[in-house]
Design a protein around this ligand. Structure first.
Ligand code: UD1
Ligand code: CA
Length: 480
């Protein structure tokens, strides 16, 4: 999947460089409610793993360091973390004894100055702007803990934030233990917390065991801080940012929320989408203002579309760059390594892979272009196939500027068609075509005048001599 884009934000995580932020990502939960052999945080959202979203946030926030808490045996998650953010610390939580225990497992890897930002590996919709607000609120209040709250339409299962008259946070009460008043009035706990690193150890070590579930709740640090006379504050975020993924249904919901948010941003930036709800985007799609996207288009990872390009309906595009004013589709499939030049055209039922089409090149119908370069203004006829694979290795095709490849041509790679050359329809090309040449590589057409009646008579006589097949041949002739 993707790498992270370069975030060039100014200053440290909270714009206050003397308060370094360490991100602590809790991801040791088993995720049993997903009912999936894939680790929960490796499930993809918009083409990136859930944990990838959280690590990208830490990068965007320019966190001084990041530590991920995993359970023993989570090697696939560890590999994903190493791939996406090499140098990320990993702490192992030996047994799943709750969020408080998960933080305790990472304590000796965390700094004792600055802020520890607790994030959950299963909460992928959080934005940097919101986290910066949370960090600033903790900083400004001199609070031990700042908690991000939210008001989701379905609050079941979330802890509730109990606040005092003055607005300070005094406790977090898990859903099971919350009374009706609290359930009605209080904001929900998103799980995201900014904690004063200097006080974190003392607070975490004081977390009591919750006997009924046999777990240590991180949320209990609030009550314990207040008892010590340390302030705690809450900051409310748009609820979708705290949306947690515990089940496949919540994963699908998270995807829908992410897509809706990204589409709205693209519309705002000046991308035209006739039916935005039918356009699917990946996390790193770069779509310029002035691109026109028709209904029902799917963009995978690694896509860049320049201004003025038109993407017609039912295209599937990944790992492709489409230059300005190019026209793609309907029904085109652009696979990784595709480069479409300015004003180039790829029409219906065209598949490309590792294919670079220069400016103004055209392949309008029913074509496979793999491992090839197509020069500017070249015209590729319907049904053209680059035969790039012999079952063992891939070979390249090159087609020169202004060349014309007739319909239904098979280009048996490695092969080159020179600039300005013309290839006759139906050719099977196994040798290079020189520039400006005309090549026809197909069986010649033979015609015998007035021969049809005689051939029919011979065929009829043959079929009478073999009566067992007569009814079949009559049916084939449409007379049965
Ligand atoms: C938690 C909060 C709840 C909050 C909700 C928001 C607690 C006690 N409850 O509940 O107040 O509203 O998140 O989504 O914190 N994890 C570990 N080790 C463990 C247990 C969990 O690393 O032993 C990790 C999980 O992988 C997950 C995160 O911590 O990323 C949250 O755990 P989860 O079990 O999903 O907590 P909730 O029940 O959702
Ligand atoms: Ca959760």
């Amino acid at each position: 999947m993707d790498d992270f884009p370069d975030h060039g934000a100014e200053g440290g995580a909270d714009g206050d460089s003397d308060d370094a932020v360490a991100a602590l990502v809790l991801a040791a939960g088993q995720g049993t409610r997903m009912r999936s052999p894939l680790a929960k945080v490796l499930h993809p959202l918009a083409g990136r793993s859930l944990i990838g979203h959280v690590l990208a946030l830490a990068v965007e926030l320019r966190c001084a360091e990041a530590v991920v808490v995993l359970a023993p045996g989570m090697d696939t998650v560890r590999a994903e973390v190493d791939r996406l953010r090499p140098g990320t610390g990993v702490a192992l939580q030996e047994r799943p004894l709750g969020t408080g225990d998960a933080v305790a497992a990472a304590l000796d890897r965390l700094p004792v100055e600055g802020t520890v930002l607790v994030l959950f590996g299963d909460t992928p919709l959080l934005t940097a702007a919101t986290v910066r607000r949370l960090l600033r609120a903790r900083h400004d209040a001199g609070a031990a803990v700042a908690v991000l709250g939210m008001r989701p339409p379905n609050p079941a299962g979330y802890g509730r934030l109990r606040t005092a008259e003055a607005g300070d946070l005094v406790d977090i009460v898990e859903d099971r233990h919350a009374d009706a008043d609290l359930k009605r009035d209080a904001a929900c706990n998103s799980g995201v917390m900014a904690i004063d690193a200097a006080r974190l150890g003392e607070l975490v070590r004081a977390i009591p065991l919750q006997p009924e579930k046999g777990e240590y709740y991180l949320t209990d640090i609030v009550r314990s801080a207040v008892r010590r006379g340390w302030r705690c504050v809450a900051v409310e975020a748009p609820w979708i940012e705290g949306h947690g993924v515990n089940s496949q249904a919540q994963l699908a919901e998270a995807e829908a929320l992410w897509q809706a948010r990204r589409r709205a941003a693209l519309l705002e930036e000046g991308v035209t989408m006739v039916a935005p709800e039918t356009v699917w985007l990946a996390v790193d799609c770069r779509i310029a203002p002035g691109v026109h996207i028709a209904p029902h288009v799917v963009f995978g990872p690694g896509v860049e579309i320049e201004a003025g390009a038109v993407i017609h309906s039912f295209c599937h595009i990944e790992g492709a760059r489409v230059a300005a004013e190019a026209v793609v589709g309907p029904f085109a499939r652009l696979r990784p390594g595709t480069r479409v030049g300015r004003k180039a055209r790829l029409g219906n039922f065209v598949e490309t892979k590792n294919a670079a089409l220069d400016d103004g090149a055209k392949a309008n119908h029913l074509t496979y272009l793999g491992d090839c370069t197509i020069g500017a203004g070249a015209n590729i006829g319907a049904g053209t196939i680059t035969c790039n694979y012999d079952g063992f290795a891939k070979y390249r095709t090159s087609i020169g500027e202004g060349a014309f490849v007739g319909s239904n041509t098979a280009l048996v790679a490695p092969v080159a068609v020179g600039a300005g050359a013309i290839v006759g329809a139906g050719s099977v090309l196994t040798r290079d075509v020189p520039p400006q040449a005309v090549t026809v590589a197909r069986a010649e057409t033979k015609t015998r005048e007035e021969a049809a009646a005689g051939l029919r008579a011979r065929l009829q006589a043959r079929s009478r001599a073999r009566p067992e097949t007569r009814s079949d041949s009559r049916r084939e002739a449409g007379k049965g």
